[in-house]
Design a protein around this ligand. Structure first.
Ligand code: NAD
Length: 360
């Protein structure tokens, strides 16, 4: 297959971790007979320095013409970097919001997987952690409370704030279909998380997702109230496969799910639109505190590249090869600074990339 992707290395550790993901993708291409055309575009602080804008329209145009975007991370030290003296719409993060909006990325996927080798970093009780977990948090990204009408006004001399939570059945259906499609590639289980005992929007989610579920008879489908889900994630995370939920619940629950894996440097993510197009990036930021030292953990970015192969290009075997190579490297005891226990030897960012590439 010939793949055509845009690459945004970005700021801080971004270039270091993206280089390692490209190294691994090249190894996959060599082994399985594929090719990838990489076109680099600027976003974030590096784009501000070069063009005065965090993301130019030309860069968006290039991204839109590709099959997928692989992103490192953007931004700098928010206390000291001159980028944060600019108006908010010209700061690095404005580039991220612009690209998500321009590309219509409405479905955010964050896998939370506990590697047995990193079990000690899991903050849960031993009996829970030892069962392991492997879930996909699927969060609606462009609707709900964060995008509804909001205002604050004085009513009868009392300040009153209003935020509105709106969803149309179309917005729900398109992400529900994505959720069930993804479950079909995994353990075939979907849990819809909502607050249907209180919210009308949640009751609409249930109605629409119930309908979509009928088209996927192989998928085990259930519903759970969000307050219960927050508890179940720490009590019995092994029960979850795909967790499908709206924007605000997903914002909170996906951070909770990330936290119980114990390491930010291991967490990939994907944001998808209605087509196969996706933006793939590690969950962490640009880590300015360790940038330029060749010590960042590139595994989240490497695993994001695996998600790209799986979800944009349907190359499941190749994605499995990357994920298996990452597991092997961890089994062999290789650790970057963020996942090494005190006293354990550490490998550099580029060494970790090479180790994974060799094992693909
Ligand atoms: P951060 O995720 O960059 O760093 C938090 C901590 O985790 C730091 O100690 C860092 O060294 C460590 N860390 C993160 N990724 C790591 C990796 N791959 N390997 C080893 N250690 C890692 O969060 P922050 O410090 O709050 O933000 C720094 C900058 O990143 C800010 O400008 C912020 O706006 C930006 N940011 C960008 C994105 C993105 O590009 N999508 C996401 C979050 C934050």
């Amino acid at each position: 297959m010939n793949m055509d992707i845009a690459v945004i290395r970005g700021d801080g550790i971004g270039p270091e971790i993206v280089n390692e993901a490209i190294k691994v993708l090249d190894a996959v291409c060599e082994k399985y007979g594929h090719s990838i055309n990489y076109e680099h575009i600027l976003m974030g602080g590096c784009s501000i320095d070069a063009t005065g804008e965090p993301l130019t329209d030309d860069a968006v145009k290039i991204a839109k013409s590709k099959d997928a975007v692989l992103l490192g991370s953007i931004g700098g030290n928010t206390q000291t970097s001159p980028w944060y003296k600019l108006p908010p719409n010209l700061r690095p993060e404005a580039g991220l919001l612009k690209i998500r909006k321009e590309l219509g990325l409405f479905a955010n996927l964050r896998p939370a997987y506990l590697y047995p080798e990193l079990k000690d970093a899991c903050p849960l009780k031993e009996e829970v952690a030892s069962k392991g977990f492997d879930m996909m948090m699927m969060r609606e990204l462009t609707g709900g409370l964060y995008f509804g009408e909001r205002y604050t006004k004085e009513i009868d001399g009392v300040l009153t704030a209003v935020d509105t939570l709106t969803y149309s059945e179309n917005e729900i259906r398109r992400i529900a279909i994505k959720g069930f499609d993804i479950a079909m590639k995994r353990r075939k289980k979907v849990t819809l998380v909502d607050k249907a005992n209180v919210l009308d929007s949640s009751r609409l989610w249930r109605k629409v997702v119930d309908e979509v579920a009928k088209d996927y008879p192989e998928v085990e489908y259930g519903v759970m109230l969000v307050d219960n889900c927050a508890m179940q994630l720490v009590k019995d995370p092994a029960q979850f496969d795909v967790v499908l939920t709206e924007n605000m619940f997903g914002d909170i629950l996906s951070d909770e799910a990330s936290m119980i894996t114990g390491s930010i440097g291991m967490l990939p993510s994907a944001s998808l639109n209605e087509t196969k197009f996706g933006l793939y990036e590690p969950s962490g930021g640009s880590a300015p505190d360790i940038a330029g030292k060749n010590i960042a953990n590139p595994l989240a970015t490497i695993l994001s590249a695996a998600m790209m192969l799986r979800y944009t290009f349907d190359l499941d075997k190749e994605a499995d090869a990357i994920e298996k190579a990452v597991k092997t490297v961890l089994e062999e005891g290789y650790r970057t600074i963020d996942i090494a226990k005190p006293g354990e030897p550490q490998v550099k960012c580029d060494e970790m990339g090479s180790l994974v590439a060799q094992r693909v």
